[in-house]
Design a protein around this ligand. Structure first.
Ligand code: ADP
Length: 226
């Protein structure tokens, strides 16, 4: 089953004087349960592409279909709901909220999804179980500033999974970590793909890390090479 399909994706940014093309016509089909890696040098447009695929930023031209639905044809409310309930994202700099503890950070998307008491309880139990699974069972009431980079990224991964998304996008997930910790985080993402059949898309400039993992594409000069 095709989970996500991008057709003719173009993106240009205006620098005040003229449009600078970054993506020049990207076609990509992502099957359910697959592990897709997109590499390319810094500035190639990897994050731009990932944001477009994940419903965070509309393309200048082209279409993204997610489970058959054209993402950017949705109104804001429906697109927000799609992002909250069906799409998980993790970022290079974790984007945790510093004034909330680990458990609260993880529960944020669940809180946005539902205000029902029973569901909140369920989410809390799921959060605790997932945090335990990634080795943070003793850290529920710690704040992000009290955690290492690798621990922060684990929290971000659990937060991305809390609403049981259908796809997980990872934007340079190891870019801020030393190589040993980066490998651990990459292995964890790979394990989520293999164990839970989670569809995963990773963009990274670290080609060493992704050797032998999944299907690798290279983004260069605005086009994707298989
Ligand atoms: P990568 O993730 O491969 O390092 P990016 O997608 O972050 O590359 O950026 C690709 C190009 O698009 C860069 O030249 C960057 O400066 C430009 N760019 C990205 N986002 C914006 C933006 N919001 N406004 C203007 N230019 C941008």
């Amino acid at each position: 089953m095709t989970m996500l399909e991008a057709r003719g994706i173009q993106k240009a940014f205006n620098n005040g004087k003229k449009d600078i093309p970054v993506l020049k016509g990207i076609d990509l089909k992502i099957e359910k349960g697959s592990f897709i890696v997109i590499t390319g040098p810094s500035g190639a447009g990897k994050s731009t592409l990932l944001h477009i695929l994940g419903g965070l930023d509309a393309p200048s031209a082209g279409e993204v279909r997610f489970t058959g639905q054209s993402l950017y044809a949705l109104n804001d409310a429906l697109l927000s709901r799609m992002r909250n309930q069906s799409i998980g994202f993790i970022f290079q700099f974790y984007h945790l909220l510093g004034e909330f503890n680990v458990l609260e950070n993880v529960l944020m998307p669940a809180l946005i999804k539902s205000s029902g008491r029973a569901q909140r309880k369920q989410s809390r139990e799921k959060a605790c179980a997932l945090l335990l699974k990634v080795g943070l069972g003793e850290r529920l009431d710690h704040y992000p500033s009290q955690l290492s980079g690798g621990e922060r990224q684990r929290v971000a991964i659990v937060r991305a999974l809390i609403n049981s998304p259908q796809i997980l996008f990872c934007d340079e997930p190891t870019g801020n970590l030393d190589s040993a910790t980066g490998s651990e985080i990459f292995d964890l993402i790979r394990k989520i793909n293999l164990d839970d059949k989670m569809t995963v898309v990773v963009v990274t400039h670290n080609t060493e890390l992704v050797k032998g993992a999944g299907r690798v594409y290279h983004l260069k000069d605005g086009v994707l090479v298989n």
